[in-house]
Design a protein around this ligand. Structure first.
Ligand code: SAH
Length: 240
């Protein structure tokens, strides 16, 4: 499976920085129509691949990183339009679950789908739209060779897990909880580009320690694991 042009979509600057440095990425221009959008584009060559990294950017109204689905959807469309990738990768940190054997630092590649857990719309047809189930590229073999796990990735726009979220996550069988992948997957699918998600566990949702505390304590180390995991995946997927 040889890819030639890959777009990696990331939410937080802290997540992207080590990767950008490792691949020697340089800032790239966004299309003129995207001038008002906060996302930032970078380009690099890695393992014979033409790589574009799209980062959510800074929210001009609150001054923090644009995490979550809105900015992820915009960044994905900008990257797809600017780069015409043959694979889109949603890469970042995520919550994992002790009950599925996850530990901080474990790396997951999405399989067989990416879903949503906080879009509850009990109206005919809209319930399936709300669940937003999107198929992903089959990278199971590559993931296994790299010692990465495979599992369903679930997306919502909150860091916490409400009771309703927990029920939806248990029902979907998801093992990886984060805030962007389903938006990235939806936009990639609209553009008929294969998509995957690569997520490093930064916190354990079913651990008594509060998620924000775990996330803050682990972010510095997991972004280095994230850098190495994205690079390792690209090295396998590219022509060499
Ligand atoms: N509050 C943090 C930033 C947000 S954490 C800070 O102060 O730096 C949320 C980001 O990490 C999102 O981009 C999301 O995709 C990911 N994430 C990590 N763990 C998560 C979890 N348990 N639930 C949801 N998103 C999580």
């Amino acid at each position: 499976m040889d890819f030639k042009r890959v777009a990696v979509v990331m939410a937080m600057e802290a997540e992207a920085e080590p990767l950008l440095e490792a691949v020697g990425a340089r800032p790239a221009d966004a299309p003129a129509w995207a001038a008002a959008l906060p996302c930032k584009l970078y380009s690099a060559y890695e393992a014979g691949l033409e790589l574009m990294v799209a980062v959510g950017g800074t929210d001009p109204f609150t001054g923090v990183d644009c995490i979550g689905t809105q900015a992820a959807a915009l960044a994905t469309q900008v990257a797809v339009s600017a780069h015409a990738p043959d694979l889109v990768v949603s890469a970042g940190t995520a919550g994992g679950y002790r009950r599925s054997g996850a530990e901080v630092g474990h790396v997951y590649v999405a399989w067989p789908r990416i879903v949503c857990h906080d879009r509850r719309i009990p109206l005919g047809g809209f319930d399936a739209f709300g669940r937003g189930e999107h198929p992903v590229a089959d990278l199971r073999a590559t993931a296994a060779e790299l010692g990465m796990r495979s599992g369903i990735v679930t997306t919502g726009d909150s860091l916490d897990e409400s009771t309703a979220d927990a029920e939806a996550i248990a029902a979907s069988g998801a093992e990886v909880k984060e805030m962007e992948a389903a938006a990235v997957a939806w936009v990639a699918r609209l553009n008929e580009v294969p998509v995957t998600a690569l997520k490093v566990i930064s916190d354990l949702v079913d651990d008594p320690a509060p998620t924000p505390e775990q996330f803050a304590a682990n972010l510095g180390s997991v972004v280095l694991i994230l850098r190495d995991a994205v690079k390792a995946l690209l090295d396998r997927l590219g022509p060499g």
